[in-house]
Each structure stands twice: as structure tokens, then as C-alpha cells.
Design a protein around this ligand. Sequence first.
Ligand code: 4G1
Length: 260
Amino acid sequence: MTCRTGWLMMRIDILTLFPEMFAGPFSSSILKRAQDNGLIAINLVNIRDFSTNKHHTVDDAPYGGGAGMVMAPEAIFGAVEDVLKKHAGPPARVILMCPRGRTFNQATALNLAAESNLVLICGHYEGVDERVREDLVTDEISIGDYVLTGGELPAMVVVDAVTRLQPGVLGKSASVQEESFNNGLLEYPQYTRPREFRGQAVPGVLLSGHHEEIRKWRRRQSLLRTLERRPEMLTQLAMTKEDKAILRELIGELQRLDLS
Ligand code: 4G1
């Protein structure tokens, strides 16, 4: 769909048992503005509306026994087929939010941001009937390794990360931030006024006006933080000669620390 500002609008259908959970996050800040400006359209679908039985249940006991309940296939198939038939353009990615999925990261967000239609399915209970995965789902995505009560918060994470990548959603200055994530290092420390706060001063170099010194300091801070907290990221980094020199120095300093 093309919106009034000429951008191609991404449509996201979210299939959930708890559509009301999305009200807060989607009616605030940038996600609200993106919808108001016609840059994304979010359609919440209550899976229970597609239940095929008289008590409108959507779960059942697992075949083979065991604790808990499983989301039954009928209502999920009904809901997905209903949204797919309303789509125009290329077939939608049908994404199951699921702890077994591939871990979501910025590369996934960039990949999904290029689609015109996404369908996100939020699981509940102990999970969903395997036939949903086999016949409907194109991607399974997890936001990380911990136990949650449902796929709703993960779906919100995906929507947030994908929405801010849509053209027109962020101003120019913020899109530069993207490059800083893509450069594969953790961010350097940021300060604003006041110069001194509760006895803690802003590093002098940032007040110096020496742009080259500031750039070097920030690079060094990024490399130090990455070395300390996420050393595995450095194996993926395309290092410059300057980076290598800074890292040799940092590793030297760390080795001279007395860790006994
Ligand atoms: C086994 C976490 C189960 C959880 C192992 C990240 C977690 C969806 C996600 C669970 C969920 C681990 C996610 C677990 C999620 C059905 C209802 C599955 C909620 C459910 C580590 C419960 N990213 N979890 N099971 O949390 O949906 O997307």
C-alpha cells in the first residue's frame, strides 16, 4: 500500500490472544507517529475470534501426555488465512515468535524491514501445535533465552526494531546511529550538560573542541568496552591499523593490572 507521503507502507498483522497488551507501546512515541503518518499499519487480530468450537477455546492437552496445554491449530490457521487473503503484493513472511527460533538481532531487523507484509504469531501456554510451523510459518524468531508467559512482548520488540528502520520514521541524525551499530562495536560513553554532576566531571577531551582527539577517544572507549563485555564481537570486526594499535595498548594495560 502507498501512503499519502509517497512511501511504501509496511503492514504488520499481529495474531494474539491478548491484543489489549499492545495498546500502551503502540500508542506512544515513535510507533504512534509512524502509524499516524501512514508509514506502518499495525493490525491486531484476536486468535480467539477464529476458534471453531462453541466455548471459543484455543488450547488443548498435548497428545502423548505431559503438563500444560498446547495452542490448537484451527484458530491460528483461520486467523492467518484471513489476514493473508487481505494482502496485496508479495506473499507475507509469517513469523512465529518462539523460544526455539533464531535469535533476533539487528541483521534480522534489517532483513524484515525490507518486506511489505509481516504476520507475527504470538504463542501462549506451552507453545503451538507443530502443524502451524509446518504449513504456515516461514520464520521462527526468538528474542533471547529466558522463559516468558507469551510471545506478545517479543512481537513488540520486533515491531519496534523494524518500524524505526522504515524510511521516514526517524530524522536524518538518528539514522547515522544505525551505522554505529553496524560498525560492530559497543557504543562509547555519552555526556550532556552539566559539565560536573555530583562530583563527576565530563572527560576533558569532550570539552576540548579537538575533533580528531574526540574521535580517537571515542574509538578507544568503544574498543575497550567491547573487549571487556563482548570480546566475541571483535572477531567479526574489520579492524583498521588504528584499531589494532589501540587494542594492543588496551590489552597491554589490562595485562599489567594486578588481578590476584
Ligand atoms: C523453553 C522467550 C520455553 C520466550 C525454553 C523468547 C523458554 C518468543 C519467546 C521457554 C518466548 C525457553 C521468545 C518459554 C515464548 C509459548 C508461550 C512459548 C510463551 C513461551 C528458554 C513459553 N521470543 N515463550 N516458553 O518461554 O514465546 O519469542
